[in-house]
Design a protein around this ligand. Structure first.
Ligand code: PLP
Length: 440
């Protein structure tokens, strides 16, 4: 008789095939056993500090018991009904909470399962609004190079990444791009301010070149994510962009998938520039802080009403407004507010950047430290004087992530668009981090 079934199964220590994921930086991924606060542990008992909140998602930290209890409570009652026919208290509460936190002018929330779905929703709502208000020629969505808006085809079409365009361009309609107002790699003859001004002027130039009545929207990350490494533009850029969009009837869409939900110290990153609020917002990651897949489009009545009156929004997903995800979202946002985590993100962000800048002064390979709140990036270079990027073969940013992981620190890194725009890792720990923990 075989004894196989009575043998204890060895604990699996790392990924072993049978599933594959995005990226190429990490070849063998450790298996995680449990997590608490800003830390998680693998099955060998090794501890990791979550320096990038996973993929800049775990805003309230791991193992939050109030979130777990809310999840259990909702699961005990029911987990799913289809949103087009039924709703739940959790779905209604979350929708209201998001709209209230987003503030005046953001009246309605459309719940989805993640960032790419939230982006798709903004693109489709914008298009449907244009059609039902008698502007059917408007179909082009301008975006920035570099930029990242997600993996689905609509989101990829507005993503500014030549590698992805080359690969996926033939199966989608790649949208026109204008330069992002980079603050570290500025072309000769400009400084940060004049280059940002130039980039905003490029928006106007591109609208006119495309034909102003054909441009539907302009989409941008108000604070950059991995594509630009936490890029923040000078204040004047935002107001200039807003005015240009108004001048030509172009909708302004902010991708706050990464920078929203409190990450930069305000609920929306847009709140840092109140004179330049967008028409539509896509939000995700921090809304559920990694406890469940969740995203949202936030939109004003003036747009939603027109679309609803015309017969309804021609877009939705099986898990739109999922009750279980909604209950988790309510618990996560309650933690964000009740623990003053946005204020903590502002204070800890200042301290984190001070420490990273001190490190930069001593380092030969840290070229730039930038960001706002707890959305920060550390740009690495081969030569600080020339800002030269490491050759691709060195896979420098991935190597930094791997070395950090070996040392017990998780950092999310990116070599953007074949390295043409630089490479960096994200310094974006959970918003619950304390000053002593930043020193760890
Ligand atoms: N937009 C931005 C700015 C992002 O950072 C991401 C993901 O990292 C997305 C969109 C896509 O979100 P998701 O991966 O949840 O589909």
């Amino acid at each position: 008789m075989s004894t196989q079934s009575t043998q204890p199964k060895p604990v699996q220590k790392e990924s072993s095939g049978g599933a594959f994921y995005a990226g190429r930086g990490v070849t063998k991924t450790p298996m995680i056993s449990h997590a608490k606060g800003i830390f998680f542990w693998d099955t060998d008992g090794k501890r990791y500090l979550d320096g990038s909140s996973g993929a800049v998602a775990a805003n309230i930290g791991h193992g939050n018991e109030r979130v777990r209890d809310a999840m259990i409570e909702q699961a005990k009652r029911f987990s799913y009904v289809v949103r087009t026919a039924f709703t739940s208290e959790a779905t209604e509460t979350l929708s209201r909470m998001i709209a209230e936190l987003a503030g005046p002018g953001f009246d309605q929330t459309f719940l989805v399962s993640g960032g790419s779905e939230a982006i798709e929703s903004t693109l489709k709502l914008a298009r449907q609004y244009a059609v039902v208000t008698g502007q059917p020629k408007r179909s082009k969505v301008l975006a920035r190079m570099p930029g990242y808006h997600g993996s689905t085809l609509g989101a990829a079409a507005v993503t500014g990444d030549p590698d992805r365009d080359q690969m996926f361009g033939p199966i989608m309609r790649v949208m026109p791009k204008i330069p992002a107002p980079l603050s570290y790699r500025i072309p000769d003859g400009y400084d940060v301010h004049s280059y940002a001004d130039h980039c905003a002027d490029e928006l106007e130039r591109q609208i006119l070149a495309e034909g102003e009545d054909t441009v539907l929207a302009f989409i941008m990350e108000p604070v950059g994510g991995v594509a630009t490494g936490a890029l923040v533009a000078p204040n004047s850029y935002y107001s200039k962009v807003r005015k240009i969009c108004d001048r030509y009837g172009v909708l302004l869409i902010f991708d706050e998938v990464m920078c929203g939900a409190g990450r930069t110290g305000t609920f929306l990153a847009a709140h840092h520039w109140p004179d330049a609020l967008p028409d539509l917002v896509a939000c995700a990651k921090g809304l559920s802080a990694g406890y469940t897949p969740l995203g949202a489009m936030i939109a004003p009545n003036r747009i939603v009403d027109k679309v609803v009156e015309s017969g309804g929004f021609l877009h939705g997903h099986t898990y739109s407004g999922n009750p279980l995800s909604s209950a988790i979202g309510v618990a996560v946002l309650s933690e964000l507010v009740n623990q003053n985590l946005m204020e903590n993100a502002q204070r800890m962000g200042v301290i984190l950047r001070q420490k990273l800048n001190a490190l930069k002064d001593r380092s030969t390979t840290i070229g730039d430290v930038r960001g706002i709140g707890l959305l920060n990036a550390v740009e690495i270079v081969e030569d600080k004087a020339t800002k030269a990027i490491f050759p691709a073969a060195r896979q420098a940013s991935y190597r930094v992530s791997e070395i950090a992981r070996d040392l017990g620190l998780h950092i999310y890194s990116r070599r953007a668009a074949s390295g043409k725009f630089g490479e960096w890792f994200m310094a974006a720990p959970p918003l619950i981090i304390t000053e002593p923990e930043i020193g760890l």
